[in-house]
Design a protein around this ligand. Structure first.
Ligand SMILES: Cc1ncc(COP(=O)(O)O)c(C=O)c1O
Ligand SMILES: [Zn+2]
Length: 438
């Protein structure tokens, strides 16, 4: 393990909770937790760091009984949400019958107008995850964490959040009958705050940035005050993270069970990008898609670009930054999965790039003007980075490319403040003509 990486993970040791051996837990094909660094396996439980080396734990599956064509038929006959992929997720077989908000199966939009503007000839698609129940991809990950919380007997759902996750946890908890208490930086966009508060759970603003919020939650887990709490992105993180695999599954199924050549994915903690790669690898191994090369590109805002800075410098460790960007949902200065993102970008022949806040706003408007999709700032980051990578000759415009929009522009209206009325006129044709609109 790399020196700096070990240092980062050692600081997580205090967050480790006792490994519960729980052979009766039914989380479908999930067989155990396995350390990403040393491979050490432990039974399924609310743990997230390896007791041997402090490496992150992730779900190990037993897919050995699956026949490819039978699995494909089963998926295709499944519901129009993430539960069509239940055989590949850490959830019980009857998950679709339980109360949850059923995210996923969002649109894969063939973005021909945007493609023309950007000079893409190989097919450009926007995976529009603003279409989820709380208008961001976070509903996918929370849905997995909810099933783990049920399995481990938690009664309160919690999280540290840059905004979208707080709303997703609030909604999922409301529907499933859990208490929720979520933590956010106190100065988030109004749209994010309202979306997180409206579901009736407790919403706590912390005086500090996301990294401060996350540190606070780690302390709370170790305290009696946090007992019985499932923190979706801390002690339930191995389960939570798997939800992002469904983006990979959906994209490939929607392309006719085909891998795209290139994907552009936003990075905050880096979890989503690493699990999209895991999902693509699983589809290849299961024979559901043909094995051929794909490239994954990561996207950050310049004002919070620890991973792209490391990528460009050729480093394999990520130096934390203090975030300062309008892309607040991506404002994680110390990304837990940063080193794994670097590995994946390099292994697949992709890259990690960043754009300025001005370019983020331009990209939000470009996507809205060309495709009628109103993205939040995170979507502005991916579209902006896509444009930059094409201009720099890094992303191949002749290849099939999927750009992720992970959230809804209605949550970050301030980013496009100043966009408004073309004219104000009297209710008369004369006034209409005077304004030069005829
Ligand atoms: C809209 C949006 N997109 C992308 C991300 C990135 O997620 P990850 O932390 O998995 O990198 C986030 C995280 O909060 C988000 O809110
Ligand atoms: Zn380990």
């Amino acid at each position: 393990m790399r020196k700096m990486r070990r240092k980062g993970l050692a600081s997580m040791a205090v967050q480790t909770v006792a490994s519960t051996s729980n052979p009766t837990v039914d989380l479908g094909p999930a067989a155990a937790l396995s350390c990403r660094e040393c491979g050490h396996r432990v039974p399924l439980g609310p743990v997230f760091a390896c007791e041997e080396c402090f490496g992150p734990l992730e779900i190990a599956y037993d897919f050995s009984a699956y026949d490819t064509e039978e699995l494909r038929r089963r998926i295709e006959a499944g519901p129009a949400n993430i539960w069509r992929y239940a055989p590949l997720l850490p959830v019980p077989a009857d998950v679709a019958d339980k109360p949850n908000i059923n995210p996923g199966w969002t649109k894969l939009v063939k973005a021909d107008n945007l493609a023309r503007e950007l000079g893409v000839t190989g097919g450009l698609y926007v995976k529009d995850d603003s279409g989820n129940p709380t208008h961001s991809f976070k509903d996918r990950v929370v849905a997995q964490a909810l099933e783990a919380a049920r399995a481990f007997g938690f009664t309160t759902l919690s999280c540290s959040s840059t905004g979208n996750l707080a709303g997703a946890v609030g909604a999922a908890a409301a529907r499933a009958g859990f208490r929720s208490c979520v933590f956010i930086p106190h100065d988030l966009e109004q749209g994010k705050v309202v979306m997180a508060a409206v579901y009736g759970g407790e919403l706590v603003g912390i005086e500090g940035n996301y990294d401060d919020v996350n540190r606070f939650c780690s302390e709370l887990i170790g305290d009696p005050a946090g007992e019985g709490w499932g923190f979706v992105n801390v002690n339930l993180r191995p389960y939570y993270a798997e939800g992002s695999k469904t983006l990979a599954y959906e994209i490939c199924e929607q392309l006719g069970w085909r891998l795209p050549d290139q994907l552009v994915v936003p990075i905050a903690s880096g979890s989503q990008l690493t699990k999209i790669d895991k999902g693509l690898q699983e589809l290849i191994k299961l024979g559901l898609v043909e094995d051929r090369p794909y490239k994954i590109f990561g996207a950050q805002a310049e004002g919070c670009s620890p991973v792209s800075t490391a990528f460009k410098a050729g480093h394999d460790v990520v130096r934390p930054q203090k975030p300062n960007t309008i892309a607040k949902s991506l404002a994680i200065g110390n990304p837990a999965d940063g080193p794994y993102v670097l590995d994946i970008a390099r292994r697949t022949g992709g890259a990690v790039e960043d754009v300025t806040d001005e370019q983020v706003v331009d990209a939000i408007k470009l996507l809205a003007r060309t495709e009628g999709i109103f993205a939040e700032t995170a979507g502005g980051v991916t579209v902006g980075v896509t444009r930059k990578l094409i201009q720099d000759g890094v992303l191949d415009p002749t290849k099939t490319t999927v750009v992720l929009n992970t959230g809804d522009g209605l949550k970050t209206l301030d980013a496009v403040a100043g966009t408004g009325l073309t004219a104000t006129i009297r209710p008369s044709l004369e006034s209409f003509r005077e304004a030069g609109l005829a």
